[in-house]
Write a protein that binds this ligand. Structure first.
Ligand SMILES: Cc1cc2nc3c(=O)[nH]c(=O)nc-3n(C[C@H](O)[C@H](O)[C@H](O)COP(=O)(O)OP(=O)(O)OC[C@H]3O[C@@H](n4cnc5c(N)ncnc54)[C@H](O)[C@@H]3O)c2cc1C
Length: 418
């Protein structure tokens, strides 16, 4: 294979230079190669291996996508970028991702909650498929190659300069550098960057109500950040550092920016019984007086969803003494307990990692990109795909789907242009 990189003489421009060997970059390159075989395509990756995040994704199992096949519903899983992705998903959505991998020899399975994984339960299956296909298509891949700067020439081509001084001349560029590392390249060409901040994390909360309760999970709660009026619902897990589980991850994604602005120190309220209003909870508590009057309140939890040990803590937090029986419970105590159950207040003290998935909120401003092609509206010939854009999804396969879909649309657009 001819290598076009030269540090002295200008080289013939290759058709496509992909900056970033992640899923978005690979998928864009493969889409162009499949649509127009024998295109000259080069992927530059700064790390020692490509597809590093895919390797660790989904706890090493790679949650490839989510079995949500209606583009309009799918967009609701993206705190940022949902509106822009509507048309992209109309062209390439999870059903297409599944079809693409299966037609390239990767068997996939859908778990009960809709997450899609390789049957092998190993991200290596996805990596071998993408790298094997790239090799088969003659795509040149260079690792240990960090692009330092990117310029557009007066003739409308691009020159990328690598950390070792190597220059690459290309007619089109896909910037697919993910949530870290490549924003300066887009900014250098005039793009605006929404400041990157973390999304998908868990909460550190030091509260006596959670002491000794690690491992307890509650199937459904409603969380609320009053400062920003952001809600989320779902299962909750009490951990040794605070709270985790789908409800927390969702809130961390929708509230990523406001939480960052407040240095991850904000008040949170928990409704432990989201199916009931405060009045409904009060009525249920009052009912217990006649049916279980002789039992101690701490010893009898009338709500199936709340674990007994958690219930005890909530009762004590409502200032109801340990020895109080249901028959002696006062109206004020019932009001306090109902408030504790529906709007208990907790102080978030910081963020803690979620090991299965992590994503960056922020990136290239979306109205500077034409989502019919993923081409920059400011710099013709520059395409952007994946997490480098100000797009991020909830946990569950939505972030990789963004990479596949935007990569595919960019690859097809370039195939149509050349
Ligand atoms: C621990 C973890 C688990 C995850 N699990 C899942 C999951 O199961 N399902 C899911 O949907 N999402 C998951 N995600 C999110 C998902 O991995 C990312 O959203 C996705 O990888 C983004 O793809 P990308 O190609 O845009 O960027 P990336 O995967 O970040 O790839 C960008 C590449 O560009 C390279 N690069 C950056 N700057 C330069 C430069 N200047 N020159 C050359 N190369 C450069 C980087 O080294 C990187 O390899 C997970 C993320 C993490 C961190």
């Amino acid at each position: 294979m001819v290598s076009y990189n030269q540090s002295v003489n200008p080289a013939p421009a290759i058709e496509l230079l992909v900056i970033g060997g992640g899923p978005a970059g690979f998928f864009a390159a493969l889409t162009l190669a499949e649509a127009r075989p024998r295109s000259s395509i080069v992927i530059l990756e700064k790390a020692s291996t490509v597809l590093g995040k895919v390797r660790i994704s989904g706890g090493g199992r790679c949650n490839v996508t989510h079995a949500c096949f209606d583009p309009a519903i799918l967009t609701r899983f993206y705190p940022r970028g949902g509106r822009e992705l509507r048309g992209v998903f109309a062209r390439f959505q999870p059903a297409d991702t599944i079809r693409w991998f299966e037609s390239h020899g990767v068997l996939l399975k859908t778990e009960e909650d809709g997450r899609v994984f390789p049957v092998s339960n190993s991200s290596e299956t996805i990596i071998s498929c993408l790298t094997g296909e790239a090799a088969r298509q003659g795509i040149e891949v260079h690792t240990h190659t960090r692009v330092k700067s990117l310029e557009r020439t007066p003739e409308g081509t691009f020159v990328a300069t690598c950390h070792d001084g190597t220059l690459w001349h290309t007619r089109r560029v896909i910037l697919a550098t993910g949530g870290e590392g490549g924003f300066h390249l887009a900014a250098g060409l005039g793009h605006t960057i929404q400041p990157p901040v973390p999304s998908l994390f868990t909460f550190k909360i030091h509260d006596p109500r959670f002491e000794g309760l690690q491992g307890i999970s509650i199937p459904a709660v409603r969380l609320w950040l009053p400062t920003a009026n952001i809600h989320s619902e779902g299962a909750l897990l009490i951990t040794h550092w605070g709270l985790s589980g789908p409800a927390v991850l969702r809130l961390s994604a929708w509230g990523a920016r406001v939480l960052h602005q407040h240095n991850y120190q904000l008040a949170l309220t928990i409704h432990w019984l989201p199916g009931l209003s405060e009045d409904g909870v009060m009525a249920h508590l009052k009912n217990q007086r006649s049916h279980h009057g002789r039992k101690r309140v701490t010893a009898w939890c009338p709500f199936e969803a709340i674990a007994q040990r958690l219930w005890q803590k909530l009762v004590l937090s409502a200032e109801i003494p340990e020895t109080t029986t249901w028959s002696t419970l006062t109206r004020q105590q019932i009001v306090r307990l109902a408030q504790e159950l529906t709007a208990g207040r907790y102080e978030i003290a910081g963020k803690a990692p979620f090991k299965d998935e992590f994503v960056t909120c922020g990136g290239v401003t979306l109205d500077e990109v034409d989502f019919r092609t993923l081409e920059s509206r400011l710099v013709p010939g520059l395409f952007l795909a994946g997490e480098v854009l100000d797009i991020d999804g909830l946990t569950g396969g939505f972030n990789l789907q963004n990479a596949w879909s935007t990569g595919w649309v960019a690859g097809r657009a370039i195939a149509g242009k050349t």
